[in-house]
Design a protein around this ligand. Structure first.
Ligand code: EZ4
Ligand code: CO
Length: 405
């Protein structure tokens, strides 16, 4: 079997998605997700100009060799653009192998370690009552674990909340340039514990709660937050500090028993190696779409398992249903799987472009046994929803200082 063409589709059925299609001389094709929020077209150019010419004529079954060839062969290793491009190719190759074998990707990985995948949802709000109201809704939909994010008084548009928008899809359609948001660490640290106190007063320990700090704190501030939140028994505190300096997590870990998670912006195991080896975290949040696909995610999961670290893949709306399906297959297999972030299947437009292999039931995802990744992509429908330039926000302090650690 030979690769005869690689096509790259950019569409925006609610969010921008980059979809890779690898075609073979036997008619079988594979689909992959290569979406990098805010830098989508850089990945498109990488795939079309630099990867495609190297893969035409290659045997699509040699997933490992192609992965090594793209990773080591390009000389310039790692980085989000490279690793997202490789991810799109890698997923499409696993999809092809599964379709040829007549087996789901989780079967190729070694078979199911579990029958269903536990997920956590997002309750966002403009104030505590609003956030708890959304928590109510999610519990009634069956969620057993929920991330709470609340606008900080005085900081309009706090990152990670919906800032008054209906959902994440409406939020993104409004960002032709990076929106500017205010940040104030003191206001944040003074406010967040109250949110979790009220949530526990209302629900006791009947639901698992999580929180994302989006890398806004220094290690000692994060340590303080973890300590203050201990009575509220979080499932994990995410991205409490940024991790270019991996040993930042050492300082958080030494001061708190609140479980820690990090990894959504990592693009290879090297970003997490020290953090994992030193057992400074509990959950690794690396996403297949941004870290080279299924091949390295499997390796990362095995490495993490040696150090009692579980996986909790990033599951935002800016990963396409193909990336989410890759996680569903990995999560079905991963012995040390923890929990999957899941914020719903998206709107009507998205579901008309992508048909995914998952259903949601009682706080869990079930994955069907279609061959490969099990996602269908409607090229014609995708062409109805053109790309829209869209950026992630930046934060500044009141005096104008740019504040993303
Ligand atoms: O900020 O996907 O845990 N989830 C998150 C996300 C990320 C976005 C970045 O593109 O932090 O909302
Ligand atoms: Co996050």
């Amino acid at each position: 079997m030979k690769i005869v063409d690689i096509k790259v589709f950019v569409s925006n059925p609610g969010r921008n998605f980059v979809t890779v299609k690898i075609e073979t001389d036997e008619g079988v094709f594979g689909l992959g997700d290569a979406t990098l929020n805010g830098r989508e077209l850089a990945v498109v150019a990488y795939l079309e100009e630099h990867i495609k010419p190297c893969l035409i004529g290659k045997d699509p079954h040699k997933i490992e060799d192609i992965w090594q060839y793209l990773y080591k062969g390009c000389y310039w290793r790692r980085g989000p653009i490279t690793m997202t491009a490789i991810a799109g190719i890698d997923m499409a190759l696993w999809d092809i192998k599964g379709k040829v074998a007549g087996l789901s990707v989780y079967e190729l990985l070694g078979g199911k370690s579990r029958e269903k995948i536990r997920v956590y949802g997002h309750a966002n709000g403009q104030d505590i009552d609003d956030t708890l109201h959304h928590l109510d809704q999610l519990i009634s939909e069956g969620y057993t674990a929920v991330r709470l994010q609340c606008a900080i008084p005085g900081l309009e548009g706090t990152y990670g909340t919906l800032a008054g928008k209906k959902d994440y899809f409406e939020l993104q359609s409004d960002r032709p340039l990076p929106p500017e948001q205010l940040w104030d660490t003191k206001a944040y640290l003074d406010f967040v514990p109250e949110l979790f106190k009220k949530a526990r007063e209302k629900y006791g320990n009947s639901v698992d709660l999580l929180h994302d700090t989006h890398s806004r704190l220094t290690p000692i501030e994060a340590a303080r937050l973890g300590k203050i939140l201990e009575p509220y028994n979080l499932l994990f505190l995410e991205d409490s500090v940024t991790a270019e300096n991996q040993s930042g997590y050492k300082y958080v870990r030494e001061h708190t028993t609140t479980p820690l998670a990090v990894g959504e912006i990592f693009n290879s195991i090297w970003d997490a190696k020290e953090i994992i080896e030193n057992q400074w975290i509990d959950y690794l949040r690396t996403a297949a779409t941004h870290s080279g696909g299924i091949t390295p995610m499997r390796r990362m999961a095995d490495f993490a398992s040696l150090y009692h670290v579980r996986t909790a893949p990033h599951g935002p709306p800016d990963i396409s249903p193909i990336g989410h399906a890759a996680h569903a297959h990995l999560n079905s297999w991963t012995p040390n799987f923890g929990i999957q972030e899941f914020i719903g299947f998206g709107g009507e437009a998205l579901n008309c472009v992508f048909k995914h292999p998952m259903t949601f039931e009682n706080g869990h995802l079930l994955v069907n046994n279609k061959p490969g990744l099990g996602v269908e992509f409607d090229e014609e429908a995708a062409s109805q929803f053109p790309y829209k330039r869209s950026y992630l926000p930046v934060s500044r302090l009141k005096d104008g200082t740019l504040w993303n650690w």
